[in-house]
Design a protein around this ligand. Structure first.
Ligand code: AMP
Length: 294
């Protein structure tokens, strides 16, 4: 049984982390839920799912500077550790790893992990260096927390693909790549994918933001009904522009596994992926697209 309401042990230095992880390992398996904090129901769903896969759930909160570009929102990114601790405690999380930047990247740090292929298009194209930062920090988190399973949101579909590739390529300590678990996107009632960045939206932007997922659903219905893919994607781009989105980084239909762009109605299940700005906030979303039946 999971305790609820117990204290989450919060550690901020590597020695304490090593001791805490050693202790947990003696009494069972470990699930890892890495986050950048400002926790919402999306994150908490990962935590709850994690309980189904391991004896102990560990979470990390680290706003990783190396995955932010020079003109991105690193300084503005919401930080609310006490609130986040209370949420993790309420779910019976055993250990919270919350290092500061110096603990994660000490003086002289000089290593970067670069995953080619899946990291190159989509967000990799519009956010140069982003996935190197993600891969490097997630690899460090795997080594630091030594989990048996790790959970990531499908909301960041490309990130999940990059992490799976890296874990397989580097033989990370997880028993197997299947122990990287993707969790379906948790949404607000109007369909907007939950995100810590939604807090940046003004009331007017928040109202328009709902159109992103609604229009994606409509575009998917068109594609699944056999509409021309380019026309359906153009229609979606137009809908987003009309709702106040811009610039639109990408509106792409891709193979769900290797993320290769698809120009025609897919034969196998695919993914519709969108990244677009509303005001100064960049939102992303992605959804399953059924392949045409043979
Ligand atoms: P972040 O704090 O944004 O880095 O996200 C931490 C983890 O939570 C990542 O694996 C995200 O994909 C996942 N996540 C974020 N938002 C959602 C959501 N709405 N539904 C499911 N997972 C999410």
């Amino acid at each position: 049984m999971y305790p609820s309401g117990g204290r989450v042990q919060t550690v901020t230095d590597l020695n304490s982390l090593r001791e805490a992880v050693d202790e947990l390992r003696q009494s069972g398996t470990i699930a890892m839920v890495p986050t950048m904090g400002a926790l919402h129901e999306g994150h908490m769903t990962l935590v709850r799912e994690a309980k189904r896969h391991a004896t102990h759930v560990t979470a990390s909160i680290f706003v990783n500077p190396t995955q932010f570009g020079p003109n991105e929102d690193l300084d503005a990114y919401p930080r609310q550790l006490a609130e986040d601790q209370a949420k993790l405690e309420a779910e019976g999380v055993a250990l919270l790893w919350a290092p500061d930047v110096d603990a994660m990247y000490p003086q002289g740090f000089a290593t970067s992990i670069s995953v080619t292929g899946v990291s190159e298009g989509l967000c990799g194209a519009s956010r140069p260096g982003h996935f190197d930062g993600v891969a490097t920090v997630v690899c460090k988190l795997f080594n630091q927390l030594r989990p048996d399973v790790a959970l990531f949101g499908e909301k960041d579909w490309q990130q999940l693909a990059v992490i799976r590739r890296m874990a397989a390529d580097l033989n990370l300590t997880l028993p197997c790549v299947d122990n990287i678990i993707g969790v379906p996107t948790v949404r607000e009632e109007d369909g907007l994918a939950m995100s810590s960045r939604n807090a940046y939206l003004s009331n007017a932007e928040r109202a328009s933001a709902a159109r992103l997922n609604q229009a994606m659903r409509e575009a998917i219905a068109r594609i699944e009904a056999g509409a021309d893919v380019a026309q359906a994607l153009d229609w979606l781009t137009g809908e987003l522009a009309a709702a106040g989105f811009g610039p639109i980084d990408y509106v792409t239909l891709a193979d769900a596994a290797n993320l290769h762009e698809l120009a025609e109605t897919p034969a196998a299940p695919a993914r519709l992926l969108v990244a677009a700005r509303i005001g100064t906030t960049r939102l992303i979303d992605n959804m399953h697209v059924e392949g045409k039946s043979a």
